[in-house]
Ligand binder design. Structure first.
Ligand code: PHE
Length: 507
């Protein structure tokens, strides 16, 4: 039996222990000859982890009910469109006035090619398009370093990499690396640096077309004018722009990246449709979880009424900070593990403009401008190119910067974000603005976190009561994964809970 289960991917094997077994979805046929049947499961939370749990278990005929506190599925996967209304914990009520076709992904907004998220897009038929995470034509602006105007990413990169290459090539040439490299290796290194940094034969960096043009090249007779005013090495290092270049090397942030066409919430909506909309109960806030001798009883409120649902098993896929406030009988170990996981802040503002001036005036098509201002990141849209209107993310910030914006009224958030943007892009950042909508996860009911910090990592001993079932209750969420703050973490954590639950039902 164990061997059969191993072949089905339902039992641990030596290979699984070292590499992680490939996921295998439960199937109706798994119950053949076992004398077992699919069970009834109540899933707490209709975010990516909860919906995925119900979707995967549903493939084998489990009877799943998802309880979701909000009026929509998706959790932090939240796409804001015209007409959407939110009320934050401070009582700020906003209704988005975005025009047709304009949207902002308030939560997840980018997907790396290796992430399981794309497998779900493929399986569910959610069309995807490229999300531009890095763009040579966006700006870098460090006001606190004394920059008086923004620099194009490409110019900053040419200068920083040029001077770093120059200095390393010269140090090599002067024998500084004689202990580390043979003469032949040094020659190859210098050859590489000349190419990488665009150095001349004297190993000097002196700018060049990589920095960009002040007048673009064209037809014969129009060779263009290469951007001048090459800063000195000292000047360019003083700007601190080099700090942004490592971002694109990260495993989770490297291009190409993707987004669903039409908004990230295409994913939870496709999941909810596959689960069956009557199984996803919105407006249901969980108030109590009781593990019993034979199953679980969950109490919740819906439209002011208190209701209960009984099931054989429960998968708790709510945010840990919210779950920690729900009375339960799962023990002190569960409670202290939930309380050890701490919530983090992040916020975004969507600025809809009456024209796509960043495309026409700045020749920027998607990508991110990086700043040391409190707006931190400014995102250009990766959809709707050459359309009439467009929507920028005017800030995507975290921690105390996010909290300080959250403390303002939506109007004041807009004014502060626009004042920052004007410093980089000029007056059109203000004059072309049509409408805005801001969202702060730490101050958002039923969420109260953008993501979480799990000190010690999800496999630390204190989280064992969450990584294993407690009675009939399983736990899932990106916060129980190595990819916290990514849908990939929610998907893989849900798959882990589904695999363990299904294995138990079959045993
Ligand atoms: N996944 C989120 C994002 O891409 C949060 C995050 C940022 C996670 C950076 C890891 C690194 O914005």
């Amino acid at each position: 039996m164990l061997a059969t289960m191993g072949a089905l991917g339902l039992a641990p094997s030596a290979e699984a222990a070292t590499r992680g077994a490939p996921y295998r979805a439960p199937r109706p046929g798994d119950f053949h000859l076992t004398g077992r049947a699919a069970a009834k499961v109540v899933v707490l939370g209709g975010g990516i982890a909860g919906l995925t749990t119900a979707y995967e278990l549903g493939k084998a005929g489990y009877d799943c009910t998802v309880l979701e506190a909000r009026d929509r599925p998706g959790g932090r996967n939240f796409t804001v469109r015209g007409g959407d209304t939110t009320t934050d914990l401070y009582g700020n009520r906003q209704t988005a006035r975005f025009s047709d076709g304009q949207y902002m992904n308030a939560g997840p907004a980018r997907i790396a090619q290796w992430m399981v998220t794309l497998d779900y897009c493929r399986e569910l038929g959610v069309p995807i398009e490229v999300f531009t995470n890095v763009n040579a034509d966006t700006y870098l602006y460090n006001e606190s370093a004394g920059m008086t105007e923004p620099m194009r990413y490409r110019s900053a990169k040419a200068d920083v990499l040029g001077y770093v290459s120059e200095l390393l090539a010269k140090a090599t040439d002067q024998g500084a690396l004689d202990k580390d490299l043979t003469a032949a290796d040094q020659e190859k290194l210098v050859e590489f640096l000349k190419d990488y940094g665009a150095l001349g034969n004297t190993l000097d960096y002196s700018g060049g077309s990589r920095r960009g043009y002040s007048a673009w090249p064209g037809a014969a007779g129009t060779p263009g004018v290469v951007a001048g005013d090459v800063p000195t090495a000292s000047e360019i290092f003083a700007t601190g722009v080099g700090r942004y270049f490592a971002f694109e090397f990260e495993f989770d942030q490297a291009m190409l990246m993707f987004q669903p066409v039409g908004g990230m919430d295409r994913i939870p909506h496709a999941l909810a449709a596959a689960v069956g909309t009557r199984r996803v109960r919105t407006g249901c806030a969980v108030t109590k979880v009781t593990d019993t001798a034979h199953g679980v009883t969950v109490t919740y409120t819906q439209g002011g009424r208190t209701r209960t649902v009984d099931a054989d098993f429960c998968v708790a896929a709510m945010p840990p900070n919210i779950l920690a406030k729900v009375p339960h009988n799962l023990g002190a170990g569960v409670q202290s593990a939930l309380e050890a996981i701490t919530p983090s802040s992040a916020g975004k503002i969507g600025l809809e403009y009456a024209s796509r001036w960043w495309e026409t005036d700045h020749r920027i098509y998607g990508g991110i401008t990086e700043t040391d201002l409190d707006v931190t990141h400014i995102w250009h849209p990766s959809y709707g190119f050459h359309g009439r209107r467009g929507l920028l993310i005017g800030y995507y910030n975290t921690g105390s910067k996010a909290d300080s914006y959250a403390a303002l009224s939506p109007k004041a958030r807009e004014a502060r974000a626009v004042a920052a943007g004007v410093k980089i892009y000029g007056e059109k950042y203000r004059t072309e603005l049509a409408t805005s909508f801001s969202h702060h996860w730490r101050q958002f009911p039923y969420q109260e976190a953008a993501w979480h910090s799990t000190p010690g990592g999800p496999d630390a001993a204190r989280y064992q009561p969450l990584n294993e079932p407690t009675g009939h209750v399983y736990f899932a969420g990106d916060w129980l994964s190595y990819m916290d703050a990514w849908q990939h973490g929610a998907f893989t954590s849900a798959r882990k809970a589904v695999t363990a639950l299904h294995r138990r039902v079959l045993a």
